[in-house]
Design a protein around this ligand. Structure first.
Ligand SMILES: [Zn+2]
Length: 207
């Protein structure tokens, strides 16, 4: 995407953007959104995150592309390209520590007029998504939606710095002087462990 300072888009404009005009005039816009402006994203942030209100930068670019109509003529149709980059703190499901997750969104949308048109739109191109346009389009909502979709299914470190105590099997401390007989008694029943896993394990704590 090319850089273009363009005219700045105010937060009010972002919530009520004439997306048809944005596309038709080939406008470009860019800005930053804080996680606190996106409640559904904020709900994903780890409770003990060092920074709960990180920033995502976004860029939008409108365009039109000629498409063959039912009457056999070509007509320009509205498109939007959206890129979003940034990081937020999620809770690692392996070690239960917060970690910074980077998210990248780069999506192209064909803008249609109605839900019916969106449902019927032939998607022969996997690279293009379909959205219903509006003269008062909520771009913040679209950005938040795309970020939510780009969240990892199971948030976790690439490599955990340490294993959380609660995930270690049994009592990690132990008593080195215990007799052999007692150690055998302390062995966890494998079926009890299975039952514990079935109850959800670390995922069970998810809201
Ligand atoms: Zn971890």
């Amino acid at each position: 995407m090319t850089q273009n300072p363009g005219k700045p888009v105010s937060p009010a404009d972002l919530r009520a953007l004439d997306i048809y005009d944005f596309a038709k005039s080939g406008r470009q816009a860019a800005g930053a959104l804080r996680v606190s402006q996106m409640p559904r994203m904020l709900a994903e942030v780890a409770a003990d995150a060092p920074d709960r209100d990180t920033v995502f930068t976004w860029q939008g670019e409108g365009s039109t592309q000629p498409e063959l109509q039912n009457d056999g003529t070509d007509a320009p149709q509205p498109y939007l390209r959206l890129a979003v980059h940034g990081s937020l703190w999620l809770m690692c499901q392996r070690c239960l520590q917060p970690y910074s997750q980077h998210l990248d969104v780069d999506a192209t949308y064909r803008i249609v007029a109605t839900e019916e048109e969106a449902d019927e739109f032939p998607l022969d191109d996997d690279e293009v998504e379909v959205i219903v346009g509006s003269r008062q389009f909520d771009l913040v909502d679209l950005i938040e939606e795309e970020l939510l979709l780009s969240l990892p299914l199971v948030p976790k470190h690439n490599a955990c710095p340490e294993v959380h105590e609660s995930l270690l099997p049994g009592d990690a401390g132990g008593e080195p002087d215990e007799s052999g007989a007692q150690e055998a008694d302390d062995k966890p029943n494998p079926f009890a462990v299975l039952g514990k896993l079935k109850q959800g394990g670390p995922d069970g704590e998810k809201h």
